[in-house]
Design a protein around this ligand. Structure first.
Ligand SMILES: [Zn+2]
Length: 87
């Protein structure tokens, strides 16, 4: 992981959030380019810091409710529930 990732966020000493300063999506999530592919910054942070790749049908939820936050202490993994209309 290039060091550049860590140049893109700043810690908020009050909330402890690592607020993304780089590119954002319309939903307020940070984005970061790795080898030509744009990815969510919080997903990159999670996979880097914990060494665990996000599985299919898993999503990251921010416990701080700050989508721009890349502090993995503020994230939990949620299994995405697939709703089926089977009768
Ligand atoms: Zn946070």
């Amino acid at each position: 992981m290039p060091k550049k990732f860590d140049d893109n966020w700043k810690r908020n000493s009050v909330t402890g959030c690592h607020n993304w300063k780089g590119r954002m999506t319309a939903t307020g999530h940070g984005r970061f380019e790795v080898e030509g592919v744009w990815q969510f910054s919080h997903v990159i942070a999670w996979e880097r810091n914990l060494g665990v790749l996000l599985k299919e049908r898993q999503g990251i939820e921010h416990t701080c409710e700050n989508p721009a936050c890349v502090n993995t202490d503020h994230m939990i993994i949620r299994d995405l529930v697939v709703h089926t209309d089977s009768a």
